[in-house]
Design a protein around this ligand. Structure first.
Ligand code: PRX
Length: 657
């Protein structure tokens, strides 16, 4: 937690913006919601759960007897897909638009709730035909197209478990995720459109499962999106379209136990191996739906909602594939990048579909801010009435720009703090109630209990900084790490007794509002995406050139943090190694191959030594000073105090990429 950050926040924290009286009057969440949730927290959640359709009602709300393994609504049964689709059609909303799809090349497609239901039923029948049954795992590696959502809904409809792998991850990353979950089927596409080009996906699947590396996989279903050539393995591969064509339109959704596994989503931790975060059925959908409706003030019959996240991340699960559909919302999904064909694309989409609720990440907001309002002023953004932010702290300057330029100085901003592990929003303003402060995520949502604690686990006073913990179980909490219950306990529940430790530093201001101060562990946050320093270090040392590597997250104006690597090269390889620029290029490509392009270091410094304590631990704090171009901090615990002079001396001579 840098003191610099705290000072910046302090100078801003007195400013706040009240919602307009008109907004507050018709807001979904009214002020009594806080008292109601406090009066009986479990009953509050049980009432939220009862807003869903249960094929078998639950009688028990929470079973915490085997903490930290929670059971919510444990004797109830429901079907997530039925709740997201069938029940809206049965209630007479079949003609309401569920998805407005905007492809990057400009092609569009509209799905009503009835259309989507029919597609999901067919896809469920395709999976059944391939022998997928309840509990089986299905990997999904797709571009941001409607079939990605149809696939997710179809998998959970039959009680199978999906593991969506972001399309930007490499074949190796995909393979390790398929292996860990022992996925039976992989659903992919030939490719997707990004930055004006067709970008292939199928070859990565082919490579991931080649040479018997993923023996669990019995079929690969391929959506035709770009029409590019693909290699074909006729014993495994099937075209999605052909299969969808020959199955029945009807599928009756059966209820599954509330604690039935729903999905696994891999996320980076502090070790080299990503963790498969496990979510289950009833509690997850309850909190995803409740937060989506209340935090974004969703009036389903009028609003057009757009969350820019990819389904490969938790935001794309909870606030694209599940929450909005559970609430019968009309949403926009967009396949491509914000700058295709130019930086006006998003605002063109807002104008075209009259988007009223926009949910995105600070890194995108900062990119637009850099370009300036010369782009946005060509578009009519007056439909926007609520703005959301997620993924990292939003700096007050970006917050103000978002409010003034995108929100026409009237739309409330909800800065939502949560994690893959929490499954749904945990800390956020409520837009009709909270007086919002630029840069602060502010307060726990109703039904959630948090505490900021010091090193000893004691609650800190307002005005101080500490660690963000969650003190009571919540419905959408992770139920574990796939295949590793010990790691689950150790990672989240061992640092502070009886509390979930989120890995984030935070501060409470004098009003008791929460300010997130970034990760306190070895996890970086690049463009709102989680990356592990250790995972990238392992990727670097797996290259024959590299003897040792240390990776740090350095402050970056646009992406929040950027990956900066320090490497020591192998003496034995020096004859094969070209110029420093070449080496850097080779190593960056190597990381992209091992993990994915998002993990590529921005900068690689070749150094002769790394700063280590006497016990051999790399002092990343000092490397961060170098990477952020700051004076080097306290070096007294270094085994060899001259190391930092060597590193900075060398770098000042211009040795970087
Ligand atoms: O450090 C916090 C940051 O993102 C981490 C969770 O990353 P991930 O599991 O990938 O989920 C991202 C989308 C929910 C957190 O531990 N983070 C997320 N939202 C915020 C945030 N930091 C500050 N403010 C936020 N609103």
């Amino acid at each position: 937690m840098s003191s610099e950050h705290e000072i910046e926040n302090l100078s801003h924290e007195s400013r706040s913006f009240a919602p307009s009286a008109e907004f507050s009057k018709s807001a979904i969440a009214q002020p009594n919601i806080y008292q109601d949730s406090k009066a009986n927290r479990l009953e509050f959640w049980a009432d939220r759960a009862r807003e869903l359709d249960w094929s078998k009602p639950f009688t028990q709300t929470l079973d915490w007897s085997n903490a930290p393994f929670a059971k919510w609504f444990a004797d109830g049964e429901l079907n997530v897909s039925y709740n997201c689709l069938d029940r809206h059609v049965e209630a007479g909303f079949g003609k309401r638009v569920a998805l407005f799809f905007e492809g990057e090349p400009g092609d569009t497609k509209v799905y009503t709730y009835l259309d989507l239901l029919i597609e999901v039923k067919k896809a469920a029948n395709v999976l059944l035909k391939l022998g997928v049954t309840a509990g089986d795992r299905v990997a999904i590696y797709m571009p941001m197209i409607p079939e990605a959502i149809i696939a997710m809904q179809a998998v959970v409809r039959i009680g199978a478990v999906h593991s969506v792998v972001f399309g930007g991850f490499s074949a190796d990353s995909l393979a390790s995720r398929i292996q860990d979950a022992e996925a039976k089927v992989v659903i992919t596409a030939d490719g997707g459109f990004r930055k004006g080009k067709a970008s292939a996906l199928k070859p990565a699947v082919d490579e991931a499962i080649a040479d018997g590396k993923c023996p669990s996989v019995t079929n690969v279903l391929v959506v035709k999106r770009t029409g590019q050539d693909v290699a074909w393995n006729s014993s495994l591969d099937l075209w999605w379209d052909e299969e969808m064509h020959v199955v029945e339109n009807e599928h009756v959704a059966q209820g599954f136990n509330a604690e039935h596994p729903l999905f696994i989503l891999y996320t980076s931790g502090t070790t080299g191996k990503p963790k498969g975060i496990l979510h289950t059925t009833g509690g997850y959908l309850t909190q995803a739906a409740f937060t989506h409706k209340n935090v974004f003030d969703l009036h389903a019959a009028q609003d057009i909602y757009w969350c820019t996240a990819d389904v490969g991340w938790i935001t794309g699960h909870s606030y694209v594939a599940y929450g909005p559909l559970a609430n019968g919302a009309t949403q926009v999904i967009y396949e491509g990048t914000p700058d295709s064909p130019d930086w006006g694309r998003w605002w063109d989409i807002v104008q075209k579909y009259h988007v009223s609720i926009l949910y995105t990440a600070p890194t995108a907001i900062r990119s637009f801010m850099k370009i300036g309002s010369s782009v946005t002023k060509h578009y009519d953004l007056s439909s926007i009435r609520v703005l959301g932010s997620v993924g990292e702290s939003i700096n007050p300057e970006a917050w103000m720009w978002y409010r003034e330029v995108i929100g026409s100085s009237k739309a409330p901003i909800v800065d939502t703090w949560w994690q893959t592990e929490t499954g749904a929003i945990m800390v956020s303003p409520l837009p009709g109630i909270t007086h919002t402060k630029p840069g602060s995520a502010q307060v726990a949502i109703p039904g959630i209990e948090i505490s900021v604690v010091n090193d000893e686990g004691q609650e800190i006073q307002a005005g101080h900084g500490g660690y963000l913990t969650i003190t009571e179980p919540w419905p959408s909490m992770l139920r574990g790490i796939w295949g590793d219950p010990e790691r689950f306990k150790e990672t989240y529940w061992s640092r502070f007794e009886g509390k979930y430790f989120a890995g984030d530093g935070a501060k409470l201001d004098e009003d008791g509002d929460l300010w997130l101060l970034g990760r306190v562990d070895d996890v970086m946050n690049v463009s709102g995406h989680r990356l592990s320093t250790t995972e990238i270090e392992s990727a670097l040392v797996s290259h024959p050139f590299v003897a040792e590597a240390a990776v740090v997250g350095a402050k970056d104006e646009t992406t929040g943090q950027a990956v900066v690597a320090f490497v020591i090269l192998r003496r034995s390889q020096l004859d094969h190694i070209g110029s420093e620029a070449d080496t850097s290029k080779i190593l960056r490509e190597h990381v992209a191959k091992e993990i994915g392009a998002i993990a590529k270091p921005r900068t690689i410094f070749v150094v002769a030594e790394l700063p280590k304590t006497r016990s051999g631990k790399i002092m990343r704090r000092l490397l961060r000073d170098v990477a952020e171009d700051r004076p080097i901090g306290d070096v007294t615990t270094l085994a060899d105090t001259s190391v930092m002079d060597t590193i900075t001396g060398r770098l000042n001579d211009g040795a970087s990429d």
